[in-house]
Design a protein around this ligand. Sequence first.
Ligand code: GAR
Length: 195
Amino acid sequence: MTRFAILASGSGSNAEALMKAAEAGIIPAEAALVVTDKPNAGVCERAARYGVPVAAFQPKTYETKAAFEEAVVHELKQRDVDWLFLAGYMRIAGEVLLTAYPGRMVNIHPSLLPAFPGKDAIGQAVAHGVKVSGATVHFVDAGIDTGPIIAQTPVPIDEGDTLTDVTARIQQAEHELYPKTAAQLIQEERKRVGV
Ligand code: GAR
């Protein structure tokens, strides 16, 4: 059985969408681990509800970013994790992580990349008055929300929409897009290797 881990720093609503889809068999893989850099993040409680173990790593307790990521990768390998799904993981992946999971590290971002990378993508979209934003799933590279795009969903922004309205609509789109895309990626890989 393919195994995936989720890296998250926040509330974990996307992590929950992935765990729920794995539990329901929509993603043909097991949610093996949640890794967080914020031990008090909401994602920890959500993981507990799905019976998914959590490993919390505090970057400031490591001398270097590489040492922090080596500890994370050690845990991932111990648990036989095949795929990494970043879900509100607010750190730039370094070389250690990127080298450990080439082509198997995926992120979700709340905009139609390459528009509005980085933090507060929804706020930036609303501030610019764009009429369409959305959600993007992409492979992770060394940049900030820059890797090759896998899937996108457009989300309209209507006259008079508040930041709260737009946030809710984009998050809804994310919660549909991410599990669906994760399932496709894993299915495609299983077909390729003949499982
Ligand atoms: C999500 O909207 C995700 O796309 C975004 O953080 C939010 C986390 O929410 N990620 C980025 O902005 C990455 N640059 P969640 O913790 O409820 O899933």
